[in-house]
Design a binder for this molecule. Structure first.
Ligand code: BG6
Length: 507
């Protein structure tokens, strides 16, 4: 792999959780793999008045606590020498001139040569002001080196604010300088969707309306909102998970083969999928979208708090912690094939998977004792127990033609000696080398918001639309099953274990 050019990474909001849990362990891991540039420094900024030693100690503790690998103390110490801290106010233009001097000092010290990346690990309201302050301080022009800006979702909270954010950023920096993180795109198994589809001749001929009955995408979590009640209550599952992670998985599952691996070639195809999403009419929202909110319950003997009693959540909150949507994609490949997507908190287990349900055979030669007609399923497991499962029918040995549904399964963990890097590692490395393939582009973000707009409007305008309670630890409102077209069909109820899916298990 190429080593990135020498650079300084500036993290705004470096005293926060994202830096401690995800960013610093990821940067440290890149260093261990020899994937940082030859000359590298990081400057953390924040309001907290840390001394340099205090900041380095905090980063050291984070590496020890959150690294996925064993940590070597000497390695950490030499890494910490490259970290710096500046206490500043992101809304104070003058502080950005101090930042500029600080950056210049460090650039001179290491001989970096003017390449800077600015990571906004801050509340989204600050993205515009920080970009403007950077620009006023002369830190966004690219005459001396590259200047890149990383932002985290949410990219607005609806179509209008999403567009406004893009406009604000574009007045200051170009689209090529902006890297919008959707950490799902950093997951190995999400990228593997492209390889599974386009490196194998086997699947592509079947990957269309002629052979596929429906597609189901689930991203379930067993945790609740934890300490993020304040943020989550203004977001809800639709904005937090569907607008970004779930729709990106839809895009990669449904896209046409790109002409090359060029970042725009891939993102153009995802965009075309988003543009082909059949708009859901506001009056159809109750028929096509089910929302829910978890209520208190007892899970394995333990009392679990209902959403409205979580810290930071109002007692009368109508924010959804679960959402399921049925929709169609209006193009030649997918016309008439229903897509079902769902996500929720406090479901029985943490699983993200894509299920391709193939059509049953046109003529049923073999009778089954159960009377059920089975059809092939391809299950692409994003997490955990990453892998791929193909379900198909076999003859049971013995007299007659008894048919049994069996599994052919591949688990990533069986690939010996392969370490699956964290999403942030991959994404930070890609920003460093300037590859924007795995980042959301402005037009993708806006088109995703456009698709969700009628749902947001219907929920805001029509208080008759129910928000169903579901006990924590269950698979969400039962009404979500009514979305699935076809007699007796339901969602797949996945286990933690990819292949062990016959039972309503886990747990
Ligand atoms: C984040 C959401 O983007 O993704 C969280 O804000 C959610 O609410 C998280 O918990 C899920 O990510 P993962 O990688 O654990 O599936």
């Amino acid at each position: 792999m190429d080593n990135p050019k020498n650079l300084i990474l500036v993290i705004f909001g470096a005293s926060g959780d994202l830096t401690s849990r995800k960013l610093i362990p990821a940067i440290y891991s890149l260093k261990n793999q020899g994937l940082l540039p030859g000359k590298f420094a990081m400057i953390g900024t924040g309001r907290t008045g840390f001394s340099l030693d205090e900041f380095r100690k905090k980063m050291q503790d984070s590496i020890i606590e959150f690294s996925e690998e064993a940590v070597d103390k000497d390695q950490v110490t030499s890494f910490l020498d490259h970290l710096y801290y500046l206490s500043m106010d992101n809304s104070a233009p003058a502080d950005f001139f101090s930042l500029r001097s600080h950056i210049q000092e460090i650039d001179d010290k290491y001989g970096i040569g003017g390449n800077y990346i600015f990571y906004m690990a801050t509340p989204p309201l600050l993205y515009g002001p920080i970009a403007l302050n950077l620009s006023n301080a002369g830190l966004t022009g690219q005459s001396e080196g590259f200047r890149r800006v990383i932002i985290e979702k949410p990219f607005g909270y609806d179509l209008e604010s999403g567009r406004a954010l893009n406009r604000t950023l574009h007045e200051i920096i170009t689209e090529e300088q902006i890297f919008r993180i959707d950490h799902y795109l950093g997951k190995e198994t999400v990228q593997n969707l492209l390889v599974t589809r386009f490196a194998n001749g086997l699947f592509e001929p079947l990957w269309n309306r002629n052979y596929i009955d429906r597609i189901e995408i689930t991203s379930s979590e067993n945790i609740g909102v934890e300490e993020r009640g304040g943020y989550y209550d203004n977001s809800g599952a639709l904005r937090d998970m569907v607008q970004n992670h779930l729709l990106q998985m839809v895009g990669l599952t449904a896209m046409e083969p790109p002409s090359s691996l060029d970042s725009n070639a891939i993102r153009n195809e995802v965009l075309k999928v988003f543009q082909s999403l059949q708009p859901i009419k506001e009056e159809d929202v109750p028929k096509q979208v089910i929302r829910g909110q978890y209520t208190g319950s007892l899970i394995r003997g333990e009392c679990v708090t209902g959403y409205r009693y979580e810290k930071g959540v109002p007692k009368d909150s109508r924010t959804e912690t679960y959402v399921a949507i049925k929709f169609f994609i209006n193009n030649w490949r997918w016309g008439g094939v229903p897509f079902y997507i769902r996500t929720g908190k406090r479901l029985p287990t943490r699983v993200t998977e894509i299920v391709i349900h193939f059509k049953p055979t046109p003529h049923h030669l073999f009778r089954r004792d159960s009377g059920k007609i089975s059809a092939n399923q391809l299950i692409i497991r994003i997490q955990p127990d990453e892998g791929i499962l193909l379900k198909f029918d076999m003859k049971e040995p013995g007299a007659g033609f008894n048919v049994k549904n069996v599994n052919m399964d591949f688990h990533y963990k069986d690939l010996a000696n392969v370490r699956v890097p964290s999403a942030y590692e991959r994404l930070l490395y890609d920003v460093m080398i300037g590859d924007s393939t795995l980042f959301s582009r402005d037009d993708e973000v806006e088109t995703a918001w456009k698709f969700l707009e009628p749902i947001q409007k219907a929920w805001a305008n029509n208080h008759e639309i129910k928000i169903f309670g579901y006990p924590a630890g269950t698979w969400g409102p039962e009404h979500a099953n009514d979305l699935i077209e076809g007699d007796g069909l339901t969602w797949r109820y996945p286990c933690k274990n990819l292949a062990d899916d016959e039972l309503y298990c886990e747990l």
